[in-house]
Design a protein around this ligand. Structure first.
Ligand SMILES: CC(C)(COP(=O)(O)OP(=O)(O)OC[C@H]1O[C@@H](n2cnc3c(N)ncnc32)[C@H](O)[C@@H]1OP(=O)(O)O)[C@@H](O)C(=O)NCCC(=O)NCCS
Length: 198
């Protein structure tokens, strides 16, 4: 099924403790702390940002992905009335030929949706990443007809590996993304979508 890129702006997923919503340019302020944190960005194999403009550029990229692909990172907020932004989790298309970020159009049959997550450090240790990723995986399997998700995780990223394990994913192969400067990542395969109950 082709992604429905038209209705992404109002999309919301709810879990017991969280509201997952699509990004807005104003999120750059709340997420600056995430993008400027060198430990968080090391986990994402990216350099930390040092200006608000760089944070805004990342959010614009995410919004562009939602517009064109009908998928992208969700903003994770607590569902309580004070609605605090705690991080992000969501989907990106990778081209398996070099394991680099791509689009469905460019990657064609080599396109592989990847499920990723990152929380502000103050919100680690509460199960938010696992809770958010489980809801996004269910949505992706049900609503985008994606039949297999993977997560790319650095071999030294133990916390992220624990998230993947809690989600029932298993490490399958080690790859060297073409844009990584020779750093390897492990491809964790998520359980495939369950057969629909008839
Ligand atoms: C990866 C990352 C999101 C993991 O964060 P996390 O807080 O460890 O993961 P979760 O939110 O799922 O929380 C799980 C932890 O909360 C604990 N926890 C506490 N209350 C919980 C609850 N109600 N439900 C579930 N778990 C709970 C769990 O026991 C677990 O702790 P443990 O791993 O020490 O046993 C975080 O380390 C991060 O943002 N890293 C930087 C970015 C990054 O590396 N992203 C991944 C790139 S591949």
């Amino acid at each position: 099924m082709a992604p429905d890129a038209s209705s992404w702006e109002g999309l919301r997923l709810y879990t017991d403790r969280l509201c997952l919503r699509t990004p807005d340019p104003a999120d750059a302020d709340a997420l600056y702390n995430l993008f400027a944190d060198s430990e968080v960005m090391h986990g994402l194999t990216k350099e930390p940002v040092s200006t608000p403009e760089e944070a805004r550029a990342i959010i614009e990229e995410w919004i562009a992905a939602w517009r064109t692909e009908g998928l992208g990172p969700f903003i994770i907020e607590t569902a309580a009335t004070n609605r605090e932004v705690v991080g992000q989790a969501g989907l990106m298309i990778f081209d398996t030929r070099g394991w680099t970020p791509s689009t469905r159009a460019n990657a064609g049959t080599h396109g592989q949706p990847e499920l990723g997550w990152a929380l502000m450090r103050a919100h680690w240790g509460r199960g938010y990443a696992t809770e958010a990723a489980a809801a996004i995986r269910e949505w992706a399997y049900e609503r985008l007809s994606i039949d297999q998700l993977v997560s790319l995780i650095s071999p030294d990223n133990v916390r992220s590996q624990r998230v993947a394990q809690r989600l029932g994913a298993t490490p399958t192969e080690t790859v060297t993304p073409a844009d990584s400067g020779q750093k390897t990542v492990v491809v964790w395969k998520h359980p495939p979508a369950a057969e629909p109950v008839r």
